[in-house]
Structure formats: structure tokens, C-alpha cells
Design a protein around this ligand. Structure first.
Ligand code: SF4
Length: 228
């Protein structure tokens, strides 16, 4: 059985990572404006023996950038953690605070970009830089991960690139699934952002279907391994 620990002791960025000048400047401005906020690269959160990695885009300004834990303190996290609890992947109560005692079981959340970008929009260069420096090494340091769930196209692209794939061979679509070059399985989902939920682009039922499929793929993998 997987252990329950957080955060994951994988490769993490230092608080003052200098690699993306625009994001560093934004971070510094936020530190001056909101000195009590986290305002630093946000570490991964979850189980170091996770079979499932949820790939997010980047910290939200008043969510993870404020609290220091992925999807904590903003609207997107409500549906995400509620759904994880429904599938037995989260233990404890989610109270939108990093000290609420919530623990993930069998799952880890890893963002493609670790620093909050202005308007929630990282540039292609920033995505490439953080994917290379932290996202890819973090996934590599999670050897039990068999299935990835990508929240949105940017996270999908980062996951494909991190596995050494060509984007043209792995088109993004909600509930699409892909076998990546490293052997892991990728399931796509629309991002659980407030906008997508308010416009019904992503409903709770659609989101649950993604995790149901991820669990089925993992069960099939385990069954195949046992059959060998
Ligand atoms: S986004 Fe990633 S690579 Fe860029 S400054 Fe932040 S931690 Fe460093």
C-alpha cells in the first residue's frame, strides 16, 4: 500500500530560482505587495509512491502562489480535491489551507510551471525552461507513476515533451488517452478552472470520468504485469 506523505521529496526549485526573468520580477512585486503570501516556486504535493501524477499548469496568484500548496486557496482546487476524495485519493479534510492536514494517497500534483505567471499565462520559453529544469526531473523521480492526468493543453504538452514525444503525435482532447514514449499513460482533461466550470466546458461528471478512466488504466496495467 502506498504511504501517505507530503510534500514529495523530489527535486524542487529554490525559493529564488532565477531562470525566468519575467516571473522573477512578478514574484518580487508580489512579495512587496503581499509579504505574508508564499510568493515562490510551489513544490509538488502528494505521495512519493504515487501511481498517478496530476499535471497542472502553474500556480494561481491567490491560490497556490498565496498558500504554497498546489490548488489550495482558489476555485479550481475545490473540484479537484473533492474529486480526489471521491476516488479515495485524498485523506482528511480540505480546508483550502496548507495546514489543513489533507494528505494525498497514490497521487501527486506536479505543475509544469512552478512560479505564478501574470494573467495565468506563462510564455512558451517559461514553460520550456521550467519543464526542463523541474517538471521532467520531478516525474523521473517518481518511479511508481504509471498514469498521468494533464489538466489542460499546456500541461498536456509539457507531459508529452517531458516524456520525449512529438506534440503532433499526441493531440489533446478531453478524455483522450495516449501511451507516451516512456511507457506511461496520459489521460487528458480540460482544466478545472473557474471559467471552464462556469461555462460547463468541464462538469463534475466529466472530471470524474477522467479519474475513473485513469483508475481503470492503472488496474489494467497492474493486471497485465501480474499476467507476465
Ligand atoms: S517558473 Fe520554474 S524555472 Fe522559471 S523561475 Fe520559476 S521555478 Fe524557476
Amino acid at each position: 500500500m502506498a504511504s501517505v506523505t507530503s510534500p514529495v521529496p523530489a527535486q524542487e526549485a529554490p525559493r529564488d530560482c532565477p531562470l525566468c526573468p519575467r516571473l522573477v520580477a512578478f514574484r518580487e512585486a508580489l512579495r512587496a505587495e503581499h509579504p505574508a503570501w508564499w510568493n515562490a516556486p510551489v513544490p509538488h504535493f502528494g505521495d512519493p509512491e504515487a501511481w498517478l501524477a496530476i499535471c497542472g499548469l502553474a500556480p494561481g496568484k491567490q491560490g497556490a502562489n498565496r498558500t504554497g500548496r498546489p490548488f489550495t486557496g482558489d476555485y479550481a482546487g475545490l473540484l479537484l480535491y473533492q474529486t480526489l476524495a471521491r476516488f479515495g485519493l485524498a485523506q482528511g479534510s480540505f480546508a483550502e489551507r496548507p495546514d489543513d492536514g489533507l494528505a494525498l494517497r497514490g497521487v501527486v500534483i506536479v505543475n509544469a510551471v512552478k512560479c505564478v505567471p501574470p494573467q495565468n499565462k506563462p510564455t512558451p520559453q517559461e514553460i520550456a525552461t521550467c519543464t526542463h529544469a523541474y517538471f521532467r526531473p520531478a516525474l523521473a523521480a517518481l518511479p511508481q507513476v504509471r498514469v498521468l492526468v494533464a489538466l489542460g493543453r499546456i500541461a498536456h504538452d509539457a507531459a508529452v515533451r517531458a516524456a520525449g514525444g512529438r506534440l503532433s503525435a499526441y493531440p489533446f482532447a478531453h478524455l483522450a488517452e495516449h501511451r507516451l514514449p516512456d511507457g506511461r499513460l496520459l489521460v487528458d482533461s480540460y482544466h478545472c478552472s473557474r471559467y471552464n466550470q462556469n461555462t460547463n466546458r468541464l462538469t463534475p461528471a466529466m472530471f470524474e470520468a477522467v479519474f475513473k478512466r485513469a483508475a481503470a488504466l492503472r488496474a489494467a496495467e497492474v493486471s497485465n504485469l501480474r499476467g507476465k
